[in-house]
Design a binder for this molecule. Sequence first.
Ligand code: SF4
Length: 411
Amino acid sequence: MSPVTQAVRPTVAAPAGTARLTSGRAPGFGSHLADFGPIPSLVAEGLLEELRASGLEGRGGAAFPAWRKIEAARARGRSRGRRAVVVGNAAEGEPLSSKDLTLLRMAPHLVIDGLLGVATTLDAGSIHLYGPESALPAVARALAERPDARAIDLRPSAETFVSGEASAVVSALAGRRPVPQDRTVRLTEAGLNGRPTLVHNVETLAQIALIARFGAAWFRSVGTATDPGTRLVTVSGDVASPGVLEIAGGTRIGDLLGFAGADTAALSAVLVGGYHGAWVPAAGFSANLAREQLAPFGAAVGAGILMALDARRCPLTLASSIAGYLAGETAGQCGPCVNGLPAMAEVLHRLARGDRNAGLPAEVRRLAELVTGRGSCHHPDGTARFVLSTLTVFAEDVAAHLGGRCAKDHS
Ligand code: SF4
């Protein structure tokens, strides 16, 4: 790990425990300054070194090292003499996720601090914050509270599943359809109007604001070596207290479900990673929510989305409904996605509804393999991953359907 080049001297005590992003007492600027203190004016190298040492990865789903994207945009801007664009992305798209909306309502100034800190590091020419309509009033109020944020351009995001994909965000900011673009050049090289463009998730920016204040060592003081710090997760489904939680990186899945009030003994599985994710069966609840422990299930931490499933509910009925939704969310650009996803969802639907044709599972698998890697974005791949995981984890339910003996709740 690189040494930290600049000592961080916070003016207030760093948050203790796992409530960090969520430790503020109120969303207003006065409360924000009292709780966290002013953001220090770290020079560009200082912030990048802190971020590198912290091990912070993007919280939007791709888990790319946060510092590396900033460095790439900075290097490109310098070599081409073009000022960068910085975008805070709160377009979750995913129906199961509400962490970014919650963060913008609870702690908008942490996001703004992160956005301004990164923009300063890049000497950015423009700064944008892109998020759902429902979050904008809280953000607009926060922006109006501070003169240093006047340059931030606030833009409403589209309410579609693929709208949060980085190239779709840039497309929307350019006034075009908010759909993913077929890209051979990275956005950090040529994005909005051909300028180096950094798109960071808003939780990533808020984490940057805390690391700039309290340093990499503090960030790493919770979590694990491979998943340091805290992260926001959205827990839904068959739990008593669904909602957004801030947890230490690498928390055990069973513990996390318990925090949300789940009776883990009553669950058959939990969907990790949202509608593009994969199922972790109950036998895997002892695994940590961490890359290496989720990999055997084909799952990833992603944007921190978990949906619990009660063992009495039919997983195929639920999966069929989700696959149908995803099939309707293609951006209409790529043939395999436009035609393949509805076909795959239809076959899964037949299986869920009691069609006992023994060839249906193989047909679902064939279609899933057909669409994988064939789109301009990862929508077909993510949808196929979810469907294949359903067939694997719920193989007994598939057999029960084909045998006409599924007695689970199909509502
Ligand atoms: S793969 Fe699907 S969602 Fe992605 S760009 Fe193509 S049509 Fe749109």
